[in-house]
Design a protein around this ligand. Structure first.
Ligand code: S3P
Length: 457
């Protein structure tokens, strides 16, 4: 995919629904009693994998159309006919989570409590990702869960059973691990607690509570680590959910609006949950002109409209408790940092090595190809921003030409494809993104939205 150079990025955009919330709406809808209606559901490859797994276990899920009361436009509503906590049926074949870590890790928590055995696998990228992080707590809860190979990767064989409550302290801040344990906690014989070094996204806690589960945020009194406690024994009840726009998708247009000259982007109804809003905090710390307005609640999730304008950015430091709040945005934040004046240090981000690709190595390698000064560290990188001055002495069309146009191998990682496409808008020659179709994992209309907002050079 060749990225056209852009002289500006201007206009209004409603980014697609939040991926994390979309997955959870299907999973909780499936194990609730009664129907769940989901508006704004993200129809991307990852979320469709979750739907397919639930269908294989007998859950009826349909898409109906309705007229939006305010806009008059046709809108799709996903209706999940819930089966209750114990109503799933044993799947005929192996479940396939495809590329989706959220599908496999969250679903495993539910499967651990079912009275049957499940086999679950994924694509070649997901089969390389670590599963010990969920095997360990689920085994402690009494579930017989085995990885077919020695390195604790997919495929997994999960022998569901009555589970024991545990008190679990995780060494990593991960919403996928936390959600896995809390969902298994629905099937346990007492209250289960989960603590982690820093608070990860809390959509599972918020949505479980909306469905009627007894779950609360909790701080470990000994270590002061954040986490949650879940008390089993209540049925979940089907809900009506409106999924906010995904801040992880909005991030590309926040970054684009800041670094492309003459830009002003208005993003509508973006989720700004404080466990996800790290990109906004970093953009402001870098001196970015980013305004959130019309802040409101949609269900239990805060939502806002975001306005971004071209800005002179300065370097910053990103680590500690901020990391989980922007974990998926770090590739595009690295692009912002490369345009900033001065150094940006990213640390405590070792988790990026076990995402859809080793994102630390991939970001550094590709930035270097584009002429950016950057060094990789064990758990992050140092980016030497050139303050918006040209990185290279090559051809400079107008005010563009900041990055050297390069061929970027996305390695099938959607976040790399999108982050480097944004860099391509201000490169000297066209950036060529390999395997760009992987944007379908989280943002199928990404290139259409870019084409709508970008004025070609
Ligand atoms: C997610 C949690 C994060 C994030 C992923 C989605 C979720 O992963 O990177 O894209 O929906 O819970 P980790 O929990 O592994 O950090």
């Amino acid at each position: 995919m060749k990225i056209p150079l852009a002289t500006s990025l201007r206009g209004e955009l409603a980014v697609p629904g939040d991926k994390s919330i979309s997955h959870r709406s299907v999973m909780l809808g499936a194990i609730a009693k009664g129907d769940t209606e989901v508006r704004g559901f993200l129809k991307s490859a990852d979320c469709l994998a979750t739907i397919e797994c639930m269908r294989q276990m007998g859950v009826e899920i349909e898409e109906v159309k309705e007229e939006n009361r305010y806009t008059g436009r046709q809108e799709s509503v996903l209706v999940i006919h819930g089966k209750g906590l114990y109503g799933l049926s044993e799947p005929m074949g192996t479940l396939d989570a495809m590329n989706s870590g959220t599908t496999v890790r969250l679903l495993s928590g539910i499967l651990a409590g079912q009275p049957f055995t499940t086999y679950i696998t994924g694509d070649s990228s997901l089969r390389k990702r670590p599963m010990k992080r969920i095997i360990t707590p689920l085994a402690q809860m009494g579930c017989r869960i085995e990885a077919e190979n020695k390195n604790n990767c997919l495929p997994l064989e999960i022998h569901g059973d009555r589970l024991h409550a545990i008190h679990y302290s995780s060494s990593i801040a991960s919403a996928q691990v936390k959600s896995c344990v809390l969902l298994a906690g629905l099937y346990a014989d007492g209250p289960t607690t989960f603590f982690e070094p820093y608070l990860s996204r809390n959509h599972t806690e918020l949505m479980l509570s909306a469905f009627g589960a007894n779950v609360k945020a909790k701080v470990d009194p000994l270590t002061m680590q954040p986490g949650a406690i879940i008390y089993p024994g209540t049925d979940l009840r089907g809900q009506k959910i409106r999924v906010p726009g995904d801040i992880s998708s909005a991030a590309y247009f926040i970054a684009g609006g800041l670094i492309v000259p003459n830009s002003e982007v208005h993003l509508h109804s973006v989720g700004i949950n404080e466990t996800r809003d790290g990109i906004l905090r970093v953009a402001k710390a870098m001196g970015g002109n980013v305004i959130t307005r019309n802040i409101r609640m949609e269900g239990r999730e805060p939502v806002a409209d975001i306005i971004v304008k071209t800005s002179d950015l300065k370097g910053t430091n990103i680590g500690g408790s901020l990391i989980p709040a922007l974990i998926d945005e770090l590739p595009v934040i690295a692009i912002m940092a490369a345009c900033a004046k001065g150094d940006t240090q990213i640390y405590d981000a070792g988790e990026l090595r076990v995402k859809e690709s080793d994102r630390l190595t991939a970001i550094v390698m590709n930035l270097q190809k584009m002429g950016v000064g950057v060094e990789e560290t064990e758990d992050g990188m140092v980016i030497h921003g050139n303050g918006g001055k040209k990185q290279t002495g090559r051809r400079t069309p107008g005010k563009l030409g900041y990055f050297r146009g390069a061929t970027i191998d996305s390695q099938g990682d959607h976040r790399l494809a999108m982050a480097f496409s944004i860099a391509g808008l201000i490169s000297d020659t066209q950036m060529d993104i390999r395997n760009a179709e992987c944007v379908k994992i989280s943002y199928p209309s990404f290139y259409r939205d870019i084409a709508r907002l970008a004025s070609p050079f």
